[in-house]
Every structure is written in C-alpha cells, then in structure tokens.
Design a protein around this ligand. Structure first.
Ligand SMILES: CC(C)(COP(=O)(O)OP(=O)(O)OC[C@H]1O[C@@H](n2cnc3c(N)ncnc32)[C@H](O)[C@@H]1OP(=O)(O)O)[C@@H](O)C(=O)NCCC(=O)NCCS
Length: 191
C-alpha cells in the first residue's frame, strides 16, 4: 500500500478543550509512549495555556485511527525577537501506527500551525525548535526531510540535541545557544 494511502487512515485534529472526548485516549497515549512524563498534564496545560480570549501559548494536535489516539504533537508558543517561536515539546506515534507517515504529518501540521498562529497575531513566524535524541535516526530523518536543521553544537542536560526549522531567512543561522536559552524559557510553561 502506498504511504499516502496509509496516511488516509488517520484524522488529524486539534484538541482545544478539557472536555474533549479524546482526552482519555491522549492520557493512554502518553502513558504508553512517554511513561517518564506521567501523570499526564493535558488538562492543566489546556486550562493554563490555551486562552480562549487572548494569545494561545499551546496547541495539541492528535492523529486518530478508528477512534484511537495513534499520535500526538504538543506545541508551545512564545513571542521572541518581534515574532513567534514554537517548540515541539511532545511528538510520538504509537508503535502499531508507525511508518505510515503520521509522525511527518504531525510535524508538518505543527509548522503550519506556527505560520497560522503568527499570522493571526500579526507577528512574523520565526521558527520551530525541538529537542531530539541524537541516537534516534528516525526523528532526525523526519526533521531533515521537512527542512529542519540538526544542531549538534549544543547538548541539553537531558542528552538531547536541537532540531531547528527556521521560518524566517534571517534565523537560518541563529546561534544554537540562543535557541537553547529559548528552550529554557519554554520549560517554564510546563511548571
Ligand atoms: C519519531 C516518530 C514520531 C515517527 O513517527 P512515524 O509515524 O513512524 O513517522 P513517519 O511514518 O512519518 O516516518 C518518518 C521517518 O521514519 C522512518 N521510517 C518510516 N517508515 C519506515 C520503515 N518502514 N522502515 C524504516 N524507517 C521508516 C523514515 O526515516 C521516515 O522518513 P521517510 O518518509 O523519509 O522514509 C515515532 O517513531 C515515535 O513516536 N518514536 C518514539 C517517540 C520519539 O522518539 N519521539 C521524538 C521525540 S525526540
């Protein structure tokens, strides 16, 4: 079966409310794929950071298959350098659903969402940053395929390196250290 046909089995949508019927599936997803981040904090993040009447600091997109949450990407936003910077904080696809294009589709959606969000707020789109495991060839290839740079000149305390998708030409050569500082700021959103 062609890759695109496989992708058709997924429906990608944003979860905007703590009352979403997908919340239970999101929690199961997190416990299965990132047990180290349990207990899940989706409700508190949506309540604190997705403001109905002002600028969102968070968006969560899920990929569903037959009503099951198969994949998820969680994106944080911050204003930086007169523009909008996004951080892909969580990205994962449950094992039975991997290699069908969902991970790529979720990252593409996060990048498009950054353009859209910046446009809505009258800001420039600066880029999308993410911490990734240096030994994970799949995620490295995924980011590279979508135009991301793999920055190996900074090692996060967790052992991760930075994937950087510049959306504004001036930021294609931004220092990795500056991106690392922004990741520290993003971490405060989780507290
Ligand atoms: C990284 C992850 C999200 C990718 O999800 P996915 O849905 O399998 O991704 P895709 O199907 O879009 O494929 C992305 C890349 O995976 C690799 N891949 C996909 N199918 C493959 C296959 N059959 N054989 C080998 N590699 C394959 C390829 O590098 C592919 O890129 P390509 O399209 O150029 O071939 C998923 O593997 C995952 O959840 N991993 C665990 C959590 C994690 O590491 N998250 C990242 C945090 S740093």
């Amino acid at each position: 079966m062609a890759r695109n046909n496989k992708l058709n089995q997924f429906r990608i949508e944003e979860v905007t409310s703590v009352h979403s019927p997908s919340l239970a599936g999101m929690k199961t997803w997190l416990i299965e794929i990132f047990p180290e981040y349990a207990p899940p904090r989706f409700e508190s993040l949506l309540t604190r950071l997705r403001h109905p009447d002002s600028r969102h600091e968070l968006q969560i997109f899920i990929g569903q298959s037959n009503g099951q949450v198969a994949g998820l990407v969680q994106v944080f936003y911050r204003e930086w350098q007169n523009g909008l910077l996004a951080d892909i904080d969580l990205l994962g696809v449950l094992e039975p659903h991997r290699c069908k294009g969902l991970g790529t589709a979720l990252v593409k959606r996060a990048i498009q969402a950054t353009w859209d969000m910046a446009g809505r707020y009258g800001l420039q789109s600066i880029g999308v940053v993410s911490l990734i495991e240096p030994s994970d060839a799949t995620v490295i290839r995924l980011h590279k395929k979508l135009g991301g740079q793999i920055r190996t000149d900074y090692l996060h305390p967790s052992g991760d390196i930075i994937a950087w998708h510049p959306l504004l030409r001036d930021f294609a050569t931004v220092e990795t250290g500056l991106l690392a500082q922004q990741l520290q700021q993003f971490a405060f959103l989780l507290v």
